[in-house]
Ligand binder design. Structure first.
Ligand code: GRF
Length: 204
């Protein structure tokens, strides 16, 4: 049984999508071993508590700097024998030390077709730029923001009357599709990182 950690700061809808995929058997041989939030009232953390998961609030105020915070998280993750760390709306930039401690075992979801529109407010950036398509990306996490090798992407059409909210909502549906798929591919050992590229092993 592979052990997954989810790190989040808010709503937690991507976490719920991963949780549901495990419950339904779409993702097999995996369990969510810990959910960590840097926000006490994060809805995702509340959901984890409701589901009797190991839910941990780690208050950044108790740490002097980012590194000591991250090393504390790494300690929790190691104690829980975590195989895969899923960032799911975790609103902190993680340190290179954290990335190294779980090298090629941290993945993230971003609401744009990377490398376009990294960083905050990706949907707003896409609207303002005037692209006709945007989407979402699941990628491995490296030391740069929204930069690591891409696992899966889904394209979403931008409509002329889209607002940031309407576009975000449409993209989110695809996030909930590709994030569990990417987790499943990782758990099944079907992802091979070759430089910047992720090759999918198709051996079913
Ligand atoms: C999602 O749009 C995700 O792509 C981005 O942060 C948002 C988190 O939403 N990284 P939720 O907390 O999973 O609902």
């Amino acid at each position: 049984m592979k052990k997954i950690a989810v790190l989040l700061s808010g709503r937690g809808s991507n976490f719920k999508a991963i949780y549901s995929a495990i419950e339904s058997g779409e993702i097999k041989n995996a369990e969510i071993a810990v959910v960590i939030s840097d926000k006490k009232d994060a809805k995702g953390l509340v959901f984890a508590v409701e589901k009797n998961l190991n839910a941990v609030f780690v208050d950044p105020k108790n740490f002097n700097d980012r590194l000591s915070y991250d090393l504390y998280l790494v300690d929790i993750l190691k104690k829980n024998n975590i195989d895969l760390v899923c960032l799911a709306g975790f609103m902190r930039i993680i340190t290179p030390e954290f990335v190294d401690a779980f090298k090629n075992r941290i993945i993230n979801i971003h609401p744009s077709l990377l490398p376009s529109f990294p960083g905050l407010h990706a949907q707003k950036q896409a609207l303002e730029y005037g692209v006709k398509f945007t989407g979402c990306t699941v990628h491995f996490v490296d030391a740069k923001i929204d930069n690591g090798p891409i696992i899966l992407q889904e394209a979403v059409m931008v409509k002329e009357d889209d607002t940031e909210d309407s576009l975000s909502e449409r993209i989110l549906k695809y996030e909930h599709k590709i994030y569990p798929e990417a987790v499943n591919l990782f758990i099944e050992g079907k992802l091979v990182i070759e430089g910047r590229k992720v090759r999918l092993i198709n051996n079913q």
